[in-house]
Every structure is written in C-alpha cells, then in structure tokens.
Design a binder for this molecule. Sequence first.
Ligand SMILES: [Zn+2]
Ligand SMILES: [Zn+2]
Length: 294
Amino acid sequence: MLNQSYTFKILWLCIIFSSCLSSNPYESAQQKLAPIYPFKKPAQKGDWLYTRIDKYQSLNDYIKSKPTSTDSIRKKIYIMLIGDFDSTQKEIVTGTAEYLHAFYGLQIDFIEMRKDADIFANSRKHPTQGQLQLSAKQIMNVVLKPQLPKDAATLIALTNYDLYPENSWSYIFGLGSTKERVGVWSMYRFGDPHKKEQKEQCLMFTIKTATHEIGHMFSLPHCAKYECCMNGSNSLRELNSHPTYFCPDCLAKICWNLNQDVHANLERTENFWLKRNNVTAKEVYQKSIERLSK
Ligand SMILES: [Zn+2]
Ligand SMILES: [Zn+2]
C-alpha cells in the first residue's frame, strides 16, 4: 500500500504532466480552431474516399512518426520548372510561389533543370486521350533527386505536361514523397490561364496541388476528418471542392514541424488572400485568427 505523501507526489506529477500536455501551443490551437472547421462531407461515387480509407493520424502520432522537416541547413523550398512556360503561365507560378512562402513561411527559390535531364524516360501516350504524359516517379527519381540542393527542405517540380504515376492510372495532378523531399505537380489539367475566366481558377488549382504535395513532403498523410487541403482528389471536380486551407489538425502538425507560430501562419496566409481579394479564403482566416486570440 502507498503511504499518503507518496500518493500526493504521484498526484502532483500527474497534474504537472497533464498541464504540460495542455500547454502545448499546437494542441491548444487545434482545440480552439476545431469548432469552426467543417467535417469532411460523405464521399460521392468517384471521389477519393469512396473506395479508400485514409487512416486518421493525431498530432502525437505525427510527432512520433519523425516526419521530414527543416534543419539549420535545409530550410528552403525549391521549385523547378519542367517544360516551356510563357509569361501568363509564369504569373501562375509566381502567384503559387508567393502563396507557398506565406503558408510554409520558408524562403522559395527556383532551380534550373539540368540540360541533360531525361524527362521523357518512361513517358507514354495517354491510353484514350493520346497526349504525352511524363512519369511522375521518373521525374522524382531521375530528375529531382540528383539535383536536390544541400539547403533544400524540399524540391518540387512544376510542369505543364500531363503526369501519370503508374501504368494502371489514367493521370495524376501531383505526387510528393513523404521521405525523400521531392515531388512534382502538373498544371496540364487546370484550365487555360490565357482565358480570363479560367486564370484565377488555374491559380487556385495550382496553389492547392502545390500546398498538398509539399504537405506530403513534410510527411503529412491525407486528411479524411475535415474539409482540408490535404484531402485526396480523384478528379478536377473533387479538387475544386477542396479548400486551399489546412484543417486545424493538419495546420497544427505543419506548424509544429516547422516550429512556427499558428497565429503567425494564419496572419501571413490571410494577408496573401487579402491582397488577392479572395472573400471565401479570407473569411476563414479572419474567423480563425479571432478564435485564437480569445
Ligand atoms: Zn495526396
Ligand atoms: Zn486536414
């Protein structure tokens, strides 16, 4: 039987331990933000989650998984362009780079692809549509990995060619490695930015896919709990229905990983949308900042 003073010591230790847990600023932000973010809508036929289960991962599980992160040397996001981009397409690239800087809070640099890089190895013609498709895995393994700069947290390629991940798939918007710090995404299916009515939507799709793939590169899995930028997408319709923002769970994970203040992240991202006058996104950030300030 425990004596009384020993029991009190254990009680005090429990109180101290539980107060440590609840003072974790990322967990606390997650809890404060949770009530204002909508849960994931039930999947419709053809949606990513209609035939798949994306397992829930808590903040603690993410921490325990030792995710890919930045360090004192690896602290930039590099972007490599694959294909010829005209000035209109480059505006989409610049807008996306600005968003990535706001959201991830890291310096964004561009890197030129080596002239001898073989982007067409394992490329194919789409089985029914006929267009040339680059192999996303080939780009990651043969083009990006050998050029990964020493100070890169991640290196992501943006291409205007269509992509496929493996022969049984029709296409893919993007692919990011959760361990090897490389990824690739494509603008091919995001509409024609030269058409005025499609330009903003092309930017939104590009931002969503880049943010999502870089999330994977920082070892975030797909999110199935909330409507979230880390939701899996099977189609442009589904991608269109996903938000640009991260849910409270994914936001807490990425801010913990990059050692960033959640409030500062929300303010930077809100400023990006304020400049672009995007009413929907800006409302989410305003509400979130208000919740965190309480
Ligand atoms: Zn994904
Ligand atoms: Zn999420």
